[in-house]
Write a new protein. Structure first.
Length: 269
């Protein structure tokens, strides 16, 4: 009979494996700063544009704000392939629903599709999302976690730079903000993540969603402006010691002879 409450059998198993010399898997850190807030007339979403492979910057201008519907967009943090493919699949389902019903998609429906899909894989799909949009019931903002849990808040941040971005939101956010004020607040939040997190960087992208239109501002601001190179990398001859020198004399083939060896067997091919 199944017992109620928590089971710590796996903790004992893990301790036994460590005693036998098996090393636990290392945690993987993903680098991103994404954020969103609800303002007076709609939603503002923001993201940085740096994509990393461990300690290597793989892409300096990666698009992290994904299209779901004309009135719904989604920021993605985690594995780039997972976020792109999940949002593409959900976007196709939303479009089929719109064609079947003849109605504009609601943000709550997109949230339900995302959380049910991610929960099915128990967190093995590394996609942490900030979902925002405007429908007939007004603006809505959700944070969707890789395991399928969701939150509904007036402002949210996710990714490795989320703590710095949340500090900016908690200090300056207020209800019923104007559009320009909301855009600058999201810009400052993403910039805080860029300058305080090595996994975030380069530009700031914004997406402003209202009941009438959607503006995808890419890039909205260039946070890390590339400066001019100050050093001179031209060195004088003899700066580096020559350890070995090979002199190759060019030659020309004037004659070639092929001689058959007596008693040799032919090679099968």
């Amino acid at each position: 009979m199944m017992q109620r409450g928590f089971s710590f059998d796996l903790c004992g198993r893990n301790a036994l494996l460590e005693e036998k010399g098996m090393k636990p898997p290392k945690t993987v850190k993903t680098g991103t700063t994404i954020a969103g807030l609800v303002y007076k007339d709609g939603i503002v979403l923001g993201a940085d544009t740096r994509a990393t492979e461990d300690t290597i910057v793989a892409d300096k201008n990666c698009s992290k704000i994904h299209y779901l519907a004309p009135n719904i967009y989604c920021c993605g943090a985690g594995t780039a392939a997972d976020t792109e493919n999940v949002t593409m699949m959900i976007s196709s389902q939303i479009e089929l629903h719109r064609l079947n019903t003849g109605r504009k998609a609601r943000v709550g429906m997109a949230c339900r599709l995302l959380k049910q899909f991610l929960f099915r894989y128990q967190g093995y799909i590394s996609a942490a999302l900030v979902l925002g949009g405007v429908d007939i019931t007004g603006p809505h903002l959700y944070s969707v976690y890789p395991h399928g849990s969701t939150d509904t808040l007036p402002y949210v941040t996710m990714g490795s730079g989320s703590l710095a971005a949340m500090a900016v939101f908690e200090s300056n956010y207020r209800p019923d903000m104007e559009e320009e004020e909301a855009k600058m607040l999201v810009r400052n939040a993403i910039a805080a993540g860029i300058f305080n997190d090595l996994g975030s960087g380069t530009n700031v992208d914004l997406c402003v969603i209202t009941a009438d239109k959607t503006d995808y501002l890419r890039p909205f601001d260039e946070a890390n402006v590339k400066g001019e190179r100050q050093g001179d990398y031209k060195y004088r001859r003899g700066t580096t010691a020559v350890l070995r020198e090979d002199v190759r004399i060019p030659y020309e083939v004037t004659e070639e002879r092929v001689r058959e060896v007596a008693g040799a067997e032919s090679m099968e091919t």
